[in-house]
Design a protein around this ligand. Sequence first.
Ligand SMILES: [Zn+2]
Length: 349
Amino acid sequence: MGLKETIIKLSEAPGCPGFEGDIGQIVQQELKGYVDEIRVDAMNNVFASKGSGRTVMIAAHMDEIGLMVKHIDEKGFIRFAKLGGISDQLLLGQRVTIHTKKGPIAGVIGCKPVHLMKDDERKKLLPYEKMFIDIGEGKADGVKAAGVKIGDPIVINRTVTELRRGLLCGKAFDDRSGCAILIEVLKNARPKNRLVGVFTIQEEVGLRGATVSAFSVNPDLGIGVDTSAAADHPEVEEYEGPIKLKAGPAILAADGRRDSLGGGLLPNLKVLDWLVELAQKNNIPHQMEVFEGGTTDGTAIQLSRGGVPSGVVSLPSRYIHTFSEVIALEDAENMARLLVAAVESDLPV
Ligand SMILES: [Zn+2]
C-alpha cells in the first residue's frame, strides 16, 4: 500500500484515546515483513524495530479526538463526554459511530432546533452539555439492548475526500498521517542505527503512551511526528499562523502554552540543527515552526528518565481538530524523505 492509501485507510479507521486497537492492527499488518520485530505493550503502544546500534525512537500517536458515552436517558438519548480538545460548535449535527462490544451503532448529534430558540439563545454558542446523541431508539432499554454502554467510545463519522491539487480532507490526519509516514519510513529506510517506531496511545489526553514507551525504549535520540496548524487561509494573519501547505514539513523550534511556551518542547539544539541541515542537504522543502497551541509526544520523550535529546517534525494541516483536516500529499512525502534521511545518517548527539 502506498503512502496515500495508508493515510486514507488509517484516517478512516476508528480509534479514540484508550480505544486504539483497530489502528494498532492496521499498523501491524502494514509492517509485517518490513521490520525485525513488532511488539505491543500493556497499554497497547505498538513498537516496530529495525537495525542495530544506538537507538532512535520516532513516535506518532494512533488516537484521534472523539467522544464517550456518559449517560443514557429514559427516552434513549445519549449524553457524552469529550476525549481531547474539541470546540463545542464543531459537534452540532455531526454523524457519529458508537463503537460497542456488539459492533458499531450509527447516531447523530442533536440539539434544540434554531426555530425554537429565543433570540438571545440563537446568538450564543451552544455548549456540548446541551447536545445529545440520537441513535433512533425510543427508550433506554432499546439503546442498552443495542449494546451501548456507559464508557463506549464515539467516533465522528467521516470518510476521506480528495480536494483539488493533491489535497486530502479527513477526520483524523492528526495523527494518522504521522502514523502512515512512520510506516513509510520503517518500510523504506536502511537505518544506520537501531530505529524503533512507536505508535503511541492516548496522546490527545496527555501524552500518556509516549510517556511510558519512551521509558521502555530508553532511546539515545527521540523524534516526535505529528501534525501542525497550517493557517494559509482567510481569517488568520500571516504572523499568527505562518505554517503553509505545500511548503514542506515543519521543523519545530518550540511549542507549548500560549503566553509562556510552558508545558511544551524546547528541542535539543543539536537535534534541531541536524534536522534542518538534513533537509537542506537533501533539498527537502521545510519550514520552521514556533507553536503556541499545545504540545506533542516529543515533549514526553524529552522528559523521560534522565532526559532524551529530542525534536519534532510536523505535517502542516489546515483545520486541525475540526474532523475535516486538510493536508497536502506532497508534504507527507517530503516529511517521509526527511525522516528517512535522519534515520540513515549519523546521530548528532
Ligand atoms: Zn496530534
